[in-house]
Design a protein around this ligand. Structure first.
Ligand code: GAL
Length: 431
């Protein structure tokens, strides 16, 4: 008899345990990322490079106004991205809120303002417990945060990687991708884990772009280093040339909807951090902008648009170069060769065109005679080939809109100033 009781008891314990298991909330199945929201590299402005955490709603609104008033929105810069420093505390139900001192009108109102200008609203968070600057992170609140962003009508989420000690990058970013999808509002998902876990190998289906490097600074070649009184190295950004070196070999991972992100633009930005002032010359800024376009990089401005020089504006508004970046084929350019301080780059464009540039990282101007037949490209990745031997291309200078196009049927003499570029769009002449 005792035995039968024990058997009946075990069966009922087993059944109710099974029932409990069946009722347990199940993890949501993977959901696809939003498609069609980033078919060409994203363009806009972000608060980080210039302001770091020193932001508030007036700064963001004034820069949004400037995007419109300076004609930058007209050439494609539409995202207004609020980077680190906006978070407040979580409320009693765990929902994320904004810092009330910096954003007294609230993020929802800010989003409305940005949208009223015909622009799009971007926000920043972090996969860890805290953001890089100690604000509230999204860990454990991913679905809740994505819902709040959707309620605020956010169009773009940049998701950072600080304070994530034992997290798996692919898992953490996939979780947020699912949460964004589930929240029901299309948003660009910009992965920012600095290339640490080689996101180019796994992030194509997770996000729309992934950082390939650590943070950029307004420095072309050499980055000055400073130390704390205790001898620890202070913040050390990467230079434009260092970043190019890291991003160039990754071209085969990029394409429409999934871009390598060599970090935001530093054109026109001057900052002082830890007593060091960082800036670039106009030549260096031209070279930086050209290479970002050749590499089909996101073009996210990082300067203060309320105080901008004509020279900076002319660089970032260069429509011919923006068209290279935004070309619908979405092929990241290739570096054909390096010759000392010189680099020769090609990017296949629509309708058989190519963008071509020579970058001079040296301290002296380079006087060159371009022998086009010696620059023939056979790009197995895109399946595109140049044909300088059999086809004539007309070359339009991408920095001198008024220059007369010249033909590649003859050798071309060019001077590439120090820390600068020459860049052309090559269009085959149809016979
Ligand atoms: C870094 C990120 C920067 C900026 C910063 C904010 O990790 O690479 O672009 O977002 O965090 O603290």
């Amino acid at each position: 008899m005792k035995k039968i009781y024990i058997i009946i008891l075990s069966i009922s314990v087993f059944l109710s345990w099974n029932e409990a298991l069946a009722q347990r909330p199940r993890p949501t199945a993977d959901l696809p990322k939003w498609e069609g929201v980033c078919e060409t590299p994203q363009m806009g402005w972000s608060s980080w490079n210039k302001f770091m955490t020193d932001i508030d709603e007036e700064i963001i609104k004034a820069n949004a106004d400037a995007l419109v008033n300076l004609g930058l929105a007209d050439v494609g810069y539409v995202y207004v991205n609020v980077d680190d420093g906006w978070h407040g505390e979580r409320d009693e139900s765990g929902c994320v809120t904004e810092n009330p001192d910096k954003f007294p009108s609230g993020m929802m109102e800010l989003g409305k303002y940005i949208h009223s200008k015909g622009l799009k609203f971007g926000i920043y968070s972090d996969a860890g417990d805290f953001t890089c600057n100690g604000c509230t992170g999204s860990r454990g609140h991913e679905y809740q945060d994505a819902l709040v962003y959707a309620m605020w009508e956010v169009d773009y989420v940049k998701y950072d990687w600080c304070h994530t000690s034992n997290l798996d990058a692919k898992g953490a970013y996939t979780l947020m991708r699912n949460a964004i999808r589930k929240a029901g509002r299309p948003m660009v998902f910009s992965i920012c884990e600095w290339g640490t876990s080689k996101p180019w190998e796994w992030a194509g289906e997770v996000g729309h772009s992934w950082r390939t490097t650590h943070d950029i600074g307004p420095a072309f070649l050499e980055v000055p280093v400073s130390y704390t009184p205790e001898g620890r190295r202070n913040w050390k950004p990467q230079s434009v040339m260092e970043i190019i070196e890291q991003n160039a070999p990754l071209r085969e991972y990029a394409g429409p909807g999934h871009w390598n992100d060599p970090d935001m633009l530093e054109v026109g930005n001057v900052i002082t951090v830890d007593g060091i002032t960082y800036s670039m010359t106009p030549s260096e800024e031209r070279a930086h902008f050209t290479l970002w376009c050749m590499m089909a990089a996101p073009l996210i401005l990082g300067n203060d648009l309320r105080d901008i020089s004509e020279e900076t504006l002319a660089i970032i508004k260069n429509r011919a170069l923006i068209a290279v970046d935004q070309d619908p084929l979405g092929i990241q350019g290739l570096r054909l060769k390096k010759d000392g301080d010189l680099q020769y780059w090609f990017k296949p464009l629509k309708d058989g065109d190519w963008a071509f540039c020579v970058l001079n990282a040296g301290e002296e101007a380079a006087k060159l005679t371009l022998d086009w037949s010696a620059l023939e490209v056979d790009d197995t990745f895109s399946g595109r080939k140049t044909d300088f031997a059999g086809t004539t291309y007309m070359a339009q200078d991408l920095w001198k809109a008024k220059a007369k196009p010249f033909s590649t049927s003859r050798k071309t003499k060019v001077t590439v100033p120090a820390h600068d570029v020459v860049a052309y769009r090559l269009t085959p002449v149809k016979h």
